[in-house]
Design a protein. Structure first.
Length: 118
């Protein structure tokens, strides 16, 4: 659903075309996913409410429901210039190291493992 269709091989393209021919709701879901990605990348806040309305009655209704529940955060992501992606990336990097060292994870040892990994 999120793979760039320009990078698919011939066999993959034929397979996807056959699936989409028999499952039109999947095509609608793919279009909605693509439009959500474009909305986020281009920060098109005006498209959010119409997108939620359309997505709420599709295969991705549960995702649209989650967006509705956290609408303030989604609006902030579309309107604010900053991101916490770097912070989240560092936390994601730290968690597996900490889990590997269960019971031995002192701050000095964690620091040595993380700095040594770079």
């Amino acid at each position: 659903m999120t793979t760039a269709r320009d990078n698919l091989g011939k066999a993959e393209t034929v397979t996807i075309a056959a699936i989409e021919a028999h499952v039109p709701t999947l095509v609608e879901a793919r279009v909605l996913v693509e439009s959500f990605q474009a909305m986020v990348r281009k920060k098109l806040i005006a498209n959010l409410d119409p997108w939620i309305a359309t997505a709420s009655v599709s295969l991705i209704a549960s995702f649209a429901s989650g967006i509705t529940r956290d609408k303030a955060a989604v609006r902030a992501a579309l309107t604010e210039p900053w991101s916490n992606g770097q912070t989240e990336g560092q936390i994601t990097k730290l968690k597996p190291v900490k889990r590997q060292m269960y019971g031995r994870a002192t701050i000095d040892l964690l620091q040595a493992r993380l700095l040594g990994a770079n």
